[in-house]
Design a protein around this ligand. Structure first.
Ligand SMILES: C[S@@+](CC[C@H](N)C(=O)[O-])C[C@H]1O[C@@H](n2cnc3c(N)ncnc32)[C@H](O)[C@@H]1O
Length: 218
């Protein structure tokens, strides 16, 4: 997940690689022309396949659910939630949130997520403040971010975006190795809850918040 340092790239075992090859073959077989998804399938976690070239590693359904529940709790009734580079949590929020419970946007680099219409905001962390005019500053009750790379350069740019969007509450999910940098940039502390991914990554991942969380235990 580092764009500059091989040490930070999550490594997959031979067994996992073989499973991934099978997975992609199966996906390609399934998604022939004329195959359309229903709205509930569209919002299923993992509805859009992972693409390693964009450092995509989706959460398990349980982790996406826990993070979505946390965001709904912290946003409150009618609150606004921004998911920065965390599309599976956006998908889970759309499944869980009642019609007037919360509004959610997903800021993403991968334009496949434009299937989510007005909820999709194109985002490249390298231009942290180049965002659509529809995204007003300090207009989100809680912001979740899962940066694509484990580097200080990436986290410091994503932090600029998070500070721009946020009214105050921040939930960051990233590698445990980023703890000190995350503390400096966003004043967040590590949670006991351990986020899990569908593919086993060798990097330890953690959640960090700048408030007290019962659901994530921190
Ligand atoms: C480690 S994944 C986080 C996904 C999260 N675990 C989930 O399940 O939703 C990193 C995310 O960053 C996005 N991404 C890749 N390149 C990016 C860029 N240049 N700017 C912003 N986001 C990017 C990927 O598409 C992916 O959604």
């Amino acid at each position: 997940m580092s764009d500059s340092d091989d040490d930070d790239v999550p490594t997959l075992s031979e067994h996992t690689l073989a499973a991934l090859r099978d997975f992609y073959t199966e996906q390609e077989t399934r998604s022939g022309p004329g195959v359309e998804s229903t709205p509930s399938e569209q919002f299923a976690v993992g509805a859009v396949g992972e693409d390693w070239r964009m450092s995509q590693f989706w959460y398990t359904d349980d982790t996406a659910t826990r993070l979505a529940q946390e965001l709904l709790h912290e946003a409150g009734e009618g609150g606004r939630i921004a998911c920065v580079s965390a599309p599976s949590v956006y998908q889970k929020l759309k499944q869980l949130a009642g019609p007037d419970q919360a509004s959610v946007v997903v800021l993403e680099y991968d334009r496949r997520f434009s299937i989510y219409g007005h909820d999709f905001v194109f985002y490249d962390y390298k231009e942290p403040l180049s965002l659509a005019a529809s995204v007003a500053p300090h207009s989100f009750d809680v912001v979740l971010a899962d940066p694509p790379y484990l580097s200080e350069e990436c986290l410091s740019k994503v932090s600029q975006t998070v500070k721009f969007l946020s009214k105050g509450k921040v939930l960051l999910c990233t590698g445990a190795v980023m703890e000190n940098v995350a503390k400096q940039l966003l004043d967040v502390k590590v949670c006991n809850f351990l986020p899990k991914h569908n593919r086993n990554l060798s990097n330890e991942f953690r959640c960090f918040v700048n408030y007290t969380s019962r659901l994530l235990t921190c």
